[in-house]
Write a protein that binds this ligand. Structure first.
Ligand code: FES
Length: 352
């Protein structure tokens, strides 16, 4: 179907919201609590638009399109409402962008910029420092939280860990973990979904702090090096040093839809670790190891396997394949064990 946004005919798909149609047609409507994965929350009200025939301002993230619908996104009335909302959000927190880890990737910053707001006009100076640094990998700074609820929806409905929730009431409403425990003492498994979906700097990755800013990084999409699920990860590396700043889940990947487990998201230290094996090692007679070339190592393994098979038979050998390598490599490995070695003693670590 077609709808008209700001006088422009836009193609829309049945069931889409106005916000989704606008996005698909390259029209920016500011939004904060809406996220593709958790849907409309109707909390922030930043996405308001005017729809012909409907009274008052409508939240574009929740109104579904109808054939011929006429929508305006930038009237004086809309901009005035949006400015007031963003002004209140900025006033109600400590949004010190210079030191914030999310600077450059903050959706509130983008909306404020779009609306031409430099700072909240009613800034509280006595905001209580309400941080939670108790967990291993995630920093929580509640003074930057805009109560959009994306992290809560993600924790409860997307990854279904059910740890995050809104606690308390009214002005005192804040994100809590379990029954208001420090995050590090809660049942949180540090999957980092809340950090990835947070539109501001309230929930951020500890390991990325102080490293390159978002605009100084290069994003490379690859597959997580851990288990066999094959989650897609984006590795953000410092353009100057090439070192990893952080990893995020790829939202468009069918395998994991942006979600990761703690290993995929935060377990990348091995890349730069001084103990990382870069050369094959062969054990000497005294039990210690010496470095060897690949040719020597492969020849040694081949000789030893042949000796064992010749002396004790093929069934004296067993092989354990790995979830960390590709499907094709696992296939080749089992083929090698069955047809070259001659045994069915082949298993896979994923069965553990
Ligand atoms: Fe629509 Fe928040 S994005 S109400």
């Amino acid at each position: 179907m077609n709808i008209i946004i700001n006088g422009k005919t836009c193609h829309a798909v049945e069931g889409q919201t106005i916000l989704q149609t606008a996005k698909a047609n390259g029209i920016y409507i500011p939004s904060l609590c809406w996220h593709e994965k958790v849907g409309a929350a109707g909390k922030c009200r930043v996405c308001v638009v005017e729809v012909e025939g409907m009274r008052g301002l409508q939240t574009s993230c929740s109104v579904v399109v109808k054939e011929g619908m006429k929508v305006e996104t930038r009237t004086e009335k809309i901009l005035e409402a949006q400015k007031m909302i963003v002004d209140l959000l900025l006033s109600n927190g400590r949004h010190d962008c210079i030191s914030c880890a999310q600077n450059g990737a903050c959706e509130l910053q983008d909306v404020a910029y779009y609306l031409g707001i430099e700072r909240g006009s009613m800034v509280y100076h006595d905001l209580e420092d309400n941080r939670d640094e108790s967990s291993e990998f995630i920093s929580v700074d509640r003074t930057k939280c805009i109560s959009c609820g994306r992290c809560v929806a993600a924790c409860q409905n997307t990854v279904t860990n059910d740890v995050l929730d809104f606690g308390w009431r009214g002005h005192g409403t804040e994100i809590v973990f379990d029954a208001d425990k420090p995050m590090g003492e809660s049942n949180c498994v540090q999957c980092g979904e809340c950090s990835q979906i947070c539109p501001v700097g309230a929930i951020t990755d500890k390991k990325a702090k102080g490293l390159a800013r978002p605009w100084e990084t290069r994003r490379t999409v690859t597959v997580c090096p851990y288990c066999g699920v094959g989650c897609q990860i984006a590795v953000h590396t410092d353009r100057l040093t090439g070192k990893i700043v952080k990893t995020t889940g790829v939202e468009t990947a069918a395998t994991n839809k942006g979600m990761l487990c703690v290993k995929g998201r935060y377990g990348y230290d091995f890349v730069e670790h001084p103990d990382r094996l870069k050369m094959p090692l062969i054990r000497k007679d005294d039990g210690t190891f010496r470095e060897a070339s690949w040719e020597e190592a492969i020849q040694t393994v081949a000789d030893r396997l042949r000796d064992i098979r010749d002396k004790h038979g093929a069934d004296s050998i067993m092989a354990l394949a790995s979830a960390k390598v590709t499907n094709e490599e696992n296939y080749t490995f089992q083929k090698f064990i069955r047809t070259v070695i001659g045994t069915h003693n082949i298993d896979h670590c994923a069965r553990l």
